[in-house]
Design a protein around this ligand. Structure first.
Ligand SMILES: Cc1cc2nc3c(=O)[nH]c(=O)nc-3n(C[C@H](O)[C@H](O)[C@H](O)COP(=O)(O)OP(=O)(O)OC[C@H]3O[C@@H](n4cnc5c(N)ncnc54)[C@H](O)[C@@H]3O)c2cc1C
Length: 400
């Protein structure tokens, strides 16, 4: 049976996918979003790699890789279904090279062994998880061999998150079963299944049959304000990236690259010449173990974006000497968002729990109240489909 209206807190990728999955099954949904429109924070400013698990070499159990592979498969099929057939094909970047930094937390042989295990787990088209080691000549054509000890070409892909954000914004706006209540800063949820009320700074709305908390950086704060217990110790990091749209100097020999393993960075290169750059020590601009509400707009306003951009390009140029020529004259757009994860130490600690991301996903904290740790962009559509099935199976008495 279709329940009464369902409240979704947060209009990021997790909230929008959950709304689309529920609407697809006939449910009526209201998205509460603090920004004027959805998809303005982490899910717009992410690197948007569809992880297959290659980067999670510090999780030898392969639980994270398994989880990411389920997510990546679901992402392509579900988002393709919600947005229409080949929508994602035009957003795909060049496949990633994994470049092993000389200070890698895991040596080259260990990285190669992990890549092979991840490839062997994969049940999709073989070329997507296949990898091969670049020859010394291929490596030296792009990277500085004094810094990069080995490089492996994989089939892993990233999407253009800015463009996908726009497509999703349009999709939720055009879906008649979805209402968007923008400029609504959620503080807590009151009541019980069938009669939930969503409280904001200045007003409350209801009743709702069920509630799904997809607030990401502020998810735990709202769970706690709603009388629910927090999960274990978690870290919220705030991270930036640089977007460069093509100018006269098109990307030539640049690969999408993840520098492993440790606090390094990434380059994402699209066939049209667009680039996304990040260097962890420069782009990770804040981190906290507290669960108080955060506001990315306030944090972002205090950041010297030009200094972050310069530090990022110069650090990446040490590894990839051709980069300055490619980016010369391009004006980067610098933006980012939060990354929430269970764990108490940052990724420079090889034993940090942050290297493991399998204990994520939706939990039902009390009847009709669901809270989702998205974990990664890669996983949001999978969790949205699982939640929609769970919610509609609960057969809450309809509320109109
Ligand atoms: C720089 C960066 C790079 C990343 N790279 C990758 C990657 O390559 N691959 C990958 O899989 N993952 C990556 N991630 C992680 C990924 O982006 C996130 O896991 C994912 O976007 C989270 O989606 P979400 O919908 O839960 O959060 P968000 O997109 O942040 O959505 C939460 C929404 O809730 C709203 N909100 C917050 N508080 C309130 C409130 N009190 N009331 C109302 N609304 C509120 C926000 O405005 C926002 O719209 C990256 C993240 C960052 C920041």
């Amino acid at each position: 049976m279709i329940p009464g209206r369902i409240a979704i807190l947060g209009g990021g990728l997790m909230g929008c996918c959950t709304a689309l999955a529920l609407a697809d099954r006939g449910a009526r949904v209201v998205i509460f979003e603090r920004r004027a429109t959805p998809m303005q924070e982490a899910s717009r400013n992410t690197e948007a790699k569809l992880h297959l698990g290659f980067v999670y070499a510090a999780d030898p159990s392969l639980r994270t890789a398994r989880m990411m592979q389920r997510g990546a498969v679901a992402f392509r099929s579900l988002v393709g279904r919600w947005l229409g057939g080949a929508a994602l094909d035009a957003l795909l970047a060049r496949p990633f090279v994994y470049a092993v930094h000389r200070d890698s937390q895991i040596p080259v042989e260990g990285i190669a062994a992990h890549l092979a295990k991840v490839r062997d787990l994969w049940t999709g088209p073989a070329e997507e998880a296949a990898f091969r080691r670049l020859s010394p000549g291929e490596l030296a054509a792009v990277y500085d061999p004094a810094e990069i000890l080995a490089a492996f070409q994989t089939g892993e892909l990233a999407l253009d998150a800015h463009r996908l954000a726009q497509l999703l914004r349009d999709a939720v706006r055009d879906e008649p079963r979805i209402e968007i209540h923008g400029d609504f800063d959620v503080t807590a949820v009151e009541g019980e299944a069938g009669a939930f009320r969503v409280r904001g700074q200045a007003r409350g709305e209801g009743p709702f049959a069920q509630v799904v908390n997809c607030l990401w950086a502020n998810r735990v704060a709202v769970d706690v304000a709603s009388g629910l217990a927090p999960p274990g110790a978690a870290m919220t990091r705030h991270k930036l990236g640089l977007w460069l749209r093509p100018g006269a100097n098109r990307v030539r020999d640049l690969h999408s690259t993840t520098f492993v393993l440790g606090p390094f960075g990434d380059i994402v290169a699209w066939p049209d010449g667009s680039l996304y750059l990040s260097w962890y020590p420069a782009c990770r601009v804040a981190s906290t173990l507290r669960t108080d509400p955060t506001d990315w707009r306030i944090l972002r306003a205090g950041i010297d974006a030009e200094a972050v951009a310069q530090a990022t390009v110069s650090a990446l140029a040490r590894l990839c000497p051709g980069l300055p020529d490619v980016v010369r004259g391009l004006e980067p757009v610098v933006d980012g968002g939060a990354i929430y994860a269970l764990g108490e130490t940052d990724i420079d600690d090889p034993r940090s729990r942050l290297h493991e991301r399998s204990a994520v996903g939706p939990v039902t904290l009390r009847p009709g109240y669901h809270s989702v740790d998205t974990g990664k962009y890669t996983l949001a559509p999978l969790f949205a489909a699982e939640l929609a099935a769970r919610i509609l199976a609960e057969e809450v008495v309809g509320v109109s």
